[in-house]
Design a protein around this ligand. Structure first.
Ligand code: GDP
Length: 479
């Protein structure tokens, strides 16, 4: 029955509901588990092949060392709700007003660029103007890498909160270095050092504590500390990243935001990642194509060309692309149209294939009627005994009725070891819960080989919520 399927999926590390359609990766896992052969080609792979047929490589060959020039870092601001992300993005933009030509009216186009003096040099920084990690994650899910550095905003009067950790997890999963902006230091009760102490538990150790993460105290409201934050971003970029791109090739990048303008038609904000985009270029962007008719920067000023890390609003596309779609300058309009049309055709057939695959999934239900699973077995590993116990208690208190049971096979303090993984394998694939702990490398490899599900949490209620939802078969899809 569907509940058993959901259970098997949970064992496989996928949180799904019984009625939800699942992605291809999930189907593969399920297929393997049930001895079905499921062939899947990733959409990214398919697109790469499509472009190759036109002799285009997206994001790969940038030419020789000598062709590469430094480019500004692209930054996303993340953090818990109400900790000041929006205010900070406004404050950063404001610090730069003087540097702009008078009369330039700022436009929210999804990204903006500011300049600052760093070690005697004028440097630029690009900010994605959509706060929060949702956009970041959505783009990443489409295979687009939009961000070089994440600014994690934490309010000093409130401290680390669930979404702070969530945002941090997303940044770390994307291997994006983090700079911490400790905000609202103007407020009474603000305790910036507490934020530093709290974040050490999550692997972000401030430089002044002997770590390598830069923490900057700011007040987005009063506009203090903004220059220091820009400085920290550039220091981090220079220390940890090699941000260079070839400005003299056909431009490539991603769409950050797009909409249909009544007067102008489709308008897309694109971030140039390599090459130089020029008015008159033929471009393809997702399933949209066209000739760049005009470009505007974030002050609303018309520009003729855009170099790497420069966000511009592009007019002239035939349709509205999706956020995270890649854009590529091609030799002529005809090629742009062909690529766009092939992509659209491919998407149609993918949609059709999806609905037919769902039938296959339904077939699987009957195989599962036997009720393979009626018990969810857990192995809990945590960083301190208090949290392991608290988590176990809370999990065992979940009321899931008679149909399914929850059983804790083993609990202990410390990293996830091979022993834990073997235990999970031996006991018909128990799920391992890692609370603020990671697996040892060999344990991780073994888990991968054996298909053991290890789930990581840093917030107790999150663990409870997910397990409870899994048991009740009411899970929302995961990213
Ligand atoms: P977001 O949800 O993270 O985008 O948070 P907002 O930028 O909307 O800010 C949430 C609230 O905190 C607003 O009322 C802001 O005015 C306030 N706020 C933001 N930064 C500061 C700050 O540095 N000091 C003080 N006192 N309030 C701030």
């Amino acid at each position: 029955n569907p509940a058993s399927l959901v259970q098997i999926m949970l064992h496989l590390g996928e949180m799904v509901t019984a009625t939800q359609s699942v992605n291809e990766e999930t189907l593969q896992l399920l297929g393997a588990e049930l001895d079905y052969d499921i062939q899947v080609v990733s959409p990214e792979e398919e697109d790469r092949e499509l472009l190759e047929a036109f002799d285009i490589e997206f994001g790969e060959d940038e030419g020789d060392e000598a062709d590469l020039a430094a480019r500004p870092p692209v930054v996303t601001v993340m953090g818990h709700v109400d900790h000041g992300k929006t205010k900070l993005l406004d404050a950063i933009r404001k610090t730069n007003v003087v540097a702009r030509e008078a009369g330039g009216i700022t436009q929210h186009i999804g990204a903006y660029q500011v300049s600052t003096t760093h070690e005697g040099e004028e440097r630029k920084v690009t900010f994605i103007d959509t706060p929060g990690h949702e956009a970041f994650t959505a783009m990443r899910a489409r295979g687009a890498k939009s961000t070089d550095i994440a600014v994690l905003v934490v309010a000093a009067d409130d401290g680390v909160k669930p979404q702070t950790i969530e945002a941090l997890n997303h940044a770390q999963a994307a291997e994006v270095p983090v700079v911490v902006a400790v905000n609202k230091v103007d407020k009474e009760g603000a305790d910036p050092n507490k934020v530093r102490a709290q974040l050490t538990e999550y692997g972000l150790v401030a430089e002044e504590y002997g770590g390598s993460t830069l923490f900057v105290d700011i007040s987005a409201k009063n506009g203090t500390g903004i220059e220091n934050l820009l400085e920290a971003i550039l220091l981090t970029a220079d220390a940890e990243l090699d941000l260079r791109a070839n400005p003299s090739m056909g431009a490539q990048g991603i769409a950050i935001e797009a909409h249909l303008d009544k007067g102008r038609g489709p308008v897309a904000t694109v971030l140039v990642q390599r090459g130089t985009l020029r008015v008159g270029d033929s471009i393809v962007c997702g399933e949209a194509f066209g000739r760049v008719r005009a470009m505007l920067d974030d002050t609303g000023e018309a520009v003729e060309e855009a170099t790497p890390s420069y966000p511009v609003r592009v007019m002239g596309l035939t349709a509205v692309p999706g956020a995270g779609d890649n854009f590529i300058v091609v030799t002529d309009d005809r090629m742009a149209r062909q690529i766009a049309e092939q992509r659209a055709a491919r998407k149609r057939s993918a949609d059709m294939a999806k609905s037919s695959r769902r039938r296959t999934l339904e077939e699987l239900f009957s195989d599962l009627e036997k009720g393979r699973v009626d018990e969810l077995k857990l192995i809990i590993k945590g960083d301190v005994s208090g949290s392991v116990e608290a988590l176990e208690d809370a999990l065992l208190k979940i009321d899931v009725g008679d149909e399914v049971r929850l059983r804790v096979l083993h609990r202990a303090v410390g990293a996830i070891t091979e022993y834990d993984v073997n235990l999970a394998v031996a006991d018909d694939n128990a799920v391992i819960i890692g609370f603020n702990v990671r697996p040892e490398p060999r344990a991780r490899d073994l888990a991968e080989r054996e298909g053991v599900d290890i789930r990581y949490y840093s917030v107790i209620y999150q663990a409870i919520e997910e397990i409870e939802a899994a048991l009740k078969g009411m899970l929302k899809p995961e990213f």
